[in-house]
Design a protein around this ligand. Structure first.
Ligand code: GUN
Length: 295
């Protein structure tokens, strides 16, 4: 059995069409959603991600504002900018691209962002909301994974889910969101002994470890749904995920490719969260705004 390939580009395109309608509706209230993107340094992956985010905003009518700091910038300068952006009415969402240079405390930068403008869902207030199942802004990558599962009509309730990777950006919020949907969730990480004894139990396997070929066919249950969040650049320039795609697709029922699976969804859910910020500020019900109720 060859797995169905989950097409993140197609699902993204559908959601972005909905986004355009919501932006048009906001315009009738005189509001254009605005997103501030802050980049510190010149991490090559971050440069690509930020460029993609800015481009996606332009495509659907979100106004974006890009702020760049040198790698040796003073943390206080970035925090001052965030404080100013918090006050600006034309900015609805604020995003600080991670990672930050080592002399930054990520926690103190993220805690400066107003929770109302925290489109990444990384502020402790929004993280706490996720823990108690009362999320306002779900972090974009796990939000995108949940949307992919929904679009493919893959049930979550009661399923065994194994999340490989325990980062604050993907693994932990992913586990919380799936637990909220009544899955039985197991989180594995770099110190997990005998990873395969856990992954083999998964009805849904989400992998976000940043290691090419970490997941081999013998580690996957026949018929499992495999979601590959990894993005790794091989020495030959090829972009691959964490899953041996060709091998695992012969065993799985569904699988996401890299590129073209989860990646486009992350950017799309950022657009959704930014629009939701603007709608919440306006405090009028806008068709489709129930989208943000995903927890
Ligand atoms: N770095 C890697 N993923 C992300 C993300 O989703 N948001 C931000 N701000 N930085 C990232």
């Amino acid at each position: 059995m060859a797995a169905k390939i989950i097409d993140g580009v197609r699902v993204s395109a559908g959601i972005r069409e909905e986004c355009k309608k919501r932006v048009t509706k906001l315009a009738t209230h005189g509001v254009t959603p605005g997103l501030a993107v802050i980049l510190v340094g010149t991490n090559p992956a971050s440069l690509v991600y930020v460029r993609n985010k800015i481009r996606a905003c332009a495509d659907i009518g979100i106004r974006s504002f890009q702020y760049e700091f040198p790698v040796d910038a003073a943390p206080a300068a970035v925090i001052r900018l965030i404080a100013e952006l918090n006050r600006r009415p034309d900015i609805h969402g604020i995003l600080v691209q991670l990672p930050l240079p080592p002399h930054f405390s990520i926690a103190s930068v993220l805690s400066t962002i107003s929770p109302d403008k925290d489109v990444d869902g990384f502020h402790l207030y929004n993280v706490g909301g996720l823990v108690i199942g009362d999320t306002v802004f779900p972090p974009c990558t796990p939000y995108g994974v949940v949307k992919l599962l929904e679009y493919e009509n893959i049930p979550i309730e009661g399923k065994n889910v194994v999340v490989v990777g325990a980062s604050n950006i993907v693994g932990k919020p992913m586990a919380l969101m799936l637990m909220q949907r009544e899955a039985t969730v197991c989180i594995c990480h770099a110190k997990t002994r005998d990873l395969a004894q856990f992954t083999i139990l998964a009805d849904i396997l989400v992998v976000a470890a940043g290691k090419p070929n970490l997941i081999l066919p013998q580690m996957v249950r026949t018929g499992a749904v495999v979601i590959d969040v990894g993005i790794n650049r091989l020495p030959n320039g090829l972009l691959v995920g964490d899953v041996d795609f060709e091998g695992v697709r012969e065993k799985a029922s569904h699988i996401t490719p890299v590129p073209g699976g989860v990646g486009p969804m992350t950017v799309t859910m950022l657009l959704v969260n930014t629009i939701a910020c603007a709608e919440r500020r306006l405090a009028v019900p806008v068709a489709g705004s129930a989208e943000i109720a995903v927890t």
